[in-house]
Design a protein around this ligand. Structure first.
Ligand code: AVJ
Length: 319
């Protein structure tokens, strides 16, 4: 077949082909959870009683915003990796907006609908100039387009950093650091290690919203790649991996089955009990994060921890 006949595969299709044809553990990247349905389901997750993470993030942000303002002074440019709808960011922007002069907010997200919500919600607090891209790609754009002499505050909230494997974190932070100038600030929100039952329940809620969020990945492949997954033939499963200090989400095949993905023109086999590993949510200590900070060229300035749900907001300065 000539190249012009075969349509170009999307990044999603290419990653699915690779992730499902691994000889060992099948896996898919959690970035693909966030299509329009997945983004809404994630918003629902943040309202669940079991998922204390987002409320803790919001509480600490609200509490630390004024202190941050006095530590770092007024800020002209705020960039956010994985902004989502920007719900939590509004307090931060209100506290940081300079008395006179403008505040530019550049949310980066892979979900266009989340960015639209962001623009509608925060438009009265700051000038919004959104970037529809992956984290690092978007940060490169923001860094290239920034004005000289205005310090930048980069936000990375909600423990999104927990999706990275530990061995990827140092390289990721170095790449972040390379886009910043000395004196810029980085605020990272991390979920801390806590009671095991709390960590598990946060990803295995009683009414099955997180299960739907996980299974939507199969539906998304059906919708966008012409796959024929039977969602009922897979189950949501949550595991705690002690040595890695992380919660893993999997989709378990309930029986032996074959799935065809038409845009890949390929079938994939699943054994009964075989899983697709869809997400890792790592849990940290403040000390561990401080080590990552130093190694990547940041100076940890201060951190704030929620009193109800162990979650830390850590403010670092680029050295
Ligand atoms: C947005 C990546 C921080 O890992 O806790 C919530 C996503 N997955 N429930 C997390 C998620 C299942 C969330 N992060």
């Amino acid at each position: 077949m000539s190249a012009s006949v075969k349509p170009q595969l999307s990044a999603f299709a290419v990653d699915v082909a690779e992730g499902l044809s691994c000889a060992g553990q099948k896996k898919l990247s959690p970035r693909y959870f966030y299509d329009d349905v997945g983004s809404k389901l994630f918003e629902a997750i943040t309202l669940l009683p079991e998922y204390g993470l987002t409320r803790a993030d919001e509480r600490v942000l609200r509490r630390c915003a004024p202190a941050m303002r006095s530590l770092i002074g007024p800020i002209g440019l705020v960039v956010e990796l994985g902004s989502g709808t920007g719900n939590k960011t509004v307090h931060m922007l209100r506290a940081l907006a300079p008395q006179r002069g403008r505040l530019i907010y550049r949310p980066i997200d892979v979900s266009a609908s989340a960015l639209l919500a962001c623009e509608n919600q925060l438009g009265s607090v700051a000038e919004i100039n959104s970037i529809h891209a992956d984290w690092l790609e978007g940060l490169e754009d923001a860094a290239r387009e920034r004005e000289p002499d205005t310090p930048l505050l980069l936000l990375f909230l909600g423990s999104s950093i927990g999706n990275l494997d530990r061995h990827e974190i140092s390289e990721f932070l170095e790449r972040v650091r390379s886009q910043l100038r000395p004196g810029d600030f980085f605020l990272v929100g991390v979920d801390l290690v806590k009671d095991l039952d709390k960590m598990i329940a946060a990803y295995d809620d009683s009414i099955g919203v997180t299960a739907a969020f996980n299974l939507n990945l199969l539906s998304r492949m059906n919708r966008q790649l012409g796959a024929n997954f039977d969602e009922r033939a897979f189950a949501h499963e949550v595991r705690w991996r002690e040595e890695e200090r992380r919660v893993e989400m999997h989709l378990v095949s309930r029986r032996r089955q074959r799935v065809f993905i038409s845009c890949l023109e390929r079938a994939f086999e699943f054994e009964a009990g075989e899983t697709i590993w869809t997400e890792s949510s790592h849990k940290f200590s403040e000390l561990e994060m401080e080590r990552y900070a130093h190694a990547a060229g940041f100076h940890p300035m201060k951190s704030w921890v929620d009193s109800e749900w162990p979650f830390a907001e850590m403010l670092w300065r680029a050295q």
